[in-house]
Design a protein around this ligand. Structure first.
Ligand code: BTN
Length: 260
């Protein structure tokens, strides 16, 4: 790990970010949503030491004891809801860069579609985007919720999970937050200047399973095929055995060889 000094001081924030630190909250995404509705500005970053109602994707619970990172960044991007959805890739790259900075060199850090980050094939972080439309196809606010397993990971049989500590990092949660905030500020600047194209290219360089057989589970159906890439709008491109290409905008990806 390269040193990250916080020396007991609050983590330093990039310009344009305002940090709110909480000991415990229901969910940092929920707190960010409450503050967004009360008029909070772009750049508000909610950080809680623990959550008692942390939420994951697809209505799952995100178990949130002290020791891991729980953060939600409020953004008010001036774009359509569809374009803003590509910010999940910005968040994944920021988390991947954070892991790369804090783990021993050579760690195998990958982004898994739609928005997980893996170390050596095991999930180390999850990302939950929530947004509210402005009524004209635009966006009122968007929240990027990020949970990074710093000290602990859930021991759930169906999940292959890990933590930064388990993979050799010695950083504290404060240090992880500081590194993550700087990384997402960098990727947001790229996205604001050039939109999705460079983000897409960087994400594909880190993609888990690119060019390999995958199974995509949608709400009621599954599809097998080769993970061929990402479309210009962030949809996953699946090359099916028939030769047809399917664009997938929501779903879960599995290795077809493993029981799921
Ligand atoms: C997933 O299911 O993989 C996404 C998990 C997202 C968890 C984070 S923790 C901080 C923020 N607050 C929440 O309640 N959820 C997100």
């Amino acid at each position: 790990m390269r040193p990250v000094a916080t020396n007991g001081r609050p983590p330093e924030m990039p310009s344009g970010f305002e940090l709110v630190t909480l000991d415990e909250i229901d969910s940092t995404n929920e707190e960010a949503r409450r503050r967004a509705q009360a008029g909070a500005d772009d750049g508000l970053l909610i950080w809680a030491r623990s959550q008692n109602l942390g939420r994951g994707r697809r209505g799952r619970r995100w178990v949130s004891p002290p020791g891991n990172l729980y953060s939600s960044l409020l953004l008010r991007p001036d774009c359509s809801a569809g374009e803003a959805a590509t910010l999940s890739y910005v968040a994944a790259l920021a988390v991947a860069d954070t892991a790369a900075m804090l783990l021993p060199s050579g760690a195998d850090i990958r982004c898994k579609w739609p928005n997980d980050v893996l170390v050596a094939g095991q999930k180390v972080a999850g990302i939950l985007l929530e947004s509210h439309g402005g009524g004209d196809g635009g966006l009122d606010w968007l929240i990027i919720g990020v949970g990074i397993n710093v000290a602990h990971y859930p021991d759930v049989a169906r999940l292959s999970a890990t933590s930064l500590a388990d993979k050799g990092a010695t950083a504290t949660v404060d240090q992880v937050l500081q590194v993550y905030a700087a990384a997402i500020a960098r990727w947001l600047a790229v996205w604001r200047a050039e939109r999705f194209a460079p983000v897409r290219a960087a994400w594909l360089e880190r993609a888990h399973g690119l060019g390999e057989a995958i199974r995509v589970r949608l709400a009621e159906r599954t599809f097998d095929g080769i993970f061929e890439g990402l479309d210009d709008d962030g949809a996953l491109i699946l090359a099916q055995p028939t030769g047809a290409r399917r664009r997938v905008t929501a779903g879960e990806v599995f290795d077809p060889a493993s029981p799921s």
